[in-house]
Design a protein around this ligand. Structure first.
Ligand code: NAP
Length: 321
């Protein structure tokens, strides 16, 4: 597993990172603490040294608590990223609050849940329209100066917001959605980050499991599975996605890998991408995904993927970009 620089810091993160949203159990049915802890500990065996979580992953911080429990005395072997600025309100809705005082309080709570005195990377999870971005950025800079985080990142911002944030606070990492079917950042944010030495850690590389290739044509999502409402899993869009995955499966089989591994391999070798944040709730999932690193798709295979994507046409994932 290759370790890559986190922007201009001395921190290095594995090209495959464990995304710790599924273990929070909110959208992923069938999670339990035993599997979640085993999934986190599996990272040590796989050479994954980076965990991505957030203050709002779990209604009461379940994801951060599980990380604290799973790492125990091995905490310093992991680069831990968390995020602030979003939380669950009393009505059970996720809401923005990126005022400086809220960011500070959330950071303090996150450290307690993670059982650590500092995180390695603290992101602004998303901008808050009620709070000037520079105020949120300024507070994250202060938290870094006070030693509560070693570096700062920002997620879910436009190119202009990225620049505005960076003018106030040194940015080590940017975290956008990115995968074969969501490539908007290629036009502006990816080149900006390459030019400014900012690491890009992408979420939804497996597009909520679609690009892991294991959701069959007949699969019916459970009532509790939030994926059931997205256009990419409905009607014509779903049909086109299954056809795309079938073509990826052929290329993956030739390369001796699974569709999930091909997808991750494609992602981590895109110019400017530092790491893929791969969600998993069971050890075998992250073990499979980690097998997306350590080899290269050939030029001919990459060209066939390009053709399959072009012929699939512009997708409607229904997801925010
Ligand atoms: N900054 C942000 O706003 C933001 C937003 C979203 C995500 N993120 C980060 O990015 C990470 C990744 O996003 P994600 O977890 O939502 O989605 P993802 O990585 O695209 O997909 C994860 C899902 O894919 C399935 N999966 C994973 N490995 C698999 C395998 N080997 N075979 C078959 N299925 C597999 C699992 O679904 P099943 O439930 O079917 O097992 C898993 O829950 C998150 O965990 C989080 O850390 C950040």
């Amino acid at each position: 597993m290759e370790l890559r620089p986190l922007g201009n810091t001395d921190i290095r993160v594995s090209e495959v990172t464990l995304g710790c949203w599924p273990i929070a159990g909110i959208t992923s049915p069938g999670t339990n603490d035993e599997d979640s802890i085993a999934t986190i500990r599996e990272c040590f065996e796989l050479g994954i040294n980076h965990l991505d979580t957030a203050y709002c992953y779990g209604k009461a911080g379940e994801s951060e608590r599980l990380i604290g429990r799973a790492l125990g005395t091995r905490r310093d072997e992991m680069v831990i990223a968390t995020k602030g600025g979003l939380h669950w309100n009393d009505e059970g809705k996720m809401v923005h609050d990126a005022r400086p005082a809220a960011l500070r309080q959330q950071c303090q709570e996150s450290l307690g849940r993670l059982a650590t005195d500092r995180v390695d990377l603290l992101y602004l999870h998303a901008p808050d329209t009620e709070v000037p971005l520079r105020e949120s950025a300024g507070e994250l800079k202060r938290l870094m100066q006070e030693g509560m985080t070693r570096s700062v990142g920002v997620s879910n911002v436009s190119a202009a917001q990225l620049e505005e944030f960076a003018a106030e606070c040194p940015v080590a990492a940017y975290q956008p959605a990115y995968n074969m079917l969501q490539r908007e950042i290629e036009d502006d944010r990816l080149p900006w980050c390459r030019e400014h030495g900012v690491a890009v850690l992408v979420y939804w590389p497996l597009l909520k499991g679609l690009l892991a290739g294991k959701i069959g044509r007949d699969h019916v999502f459970a009532e509790t599975d939030s994926r059931r409402k997205y256009p990419m899993f409905l009607g014509q869009e779903r049909q086109k996605n299954h056809e795309l995955v079938d073509r990826l499966r052929e290329i993956a089989a030739e390369a001796g890998h699974s569709v999930a591994q091909l997808t991750i391999n494609w992602t981590i070798h895109r110019p400017g991408v530092t790491a893929a944040l791969c969600g998993a709730k069971r050890p075998e999932q992250i073990r499979e995904t980690a097998g997306g690193a350590g080899w290269r798709l050939s030029e001919e295979q990459l060209a066939r993927i390009d053709r399959a994507l072009a012929e699939r046409g512009t997708p409607d994932t229904g997801l925010p970009v």
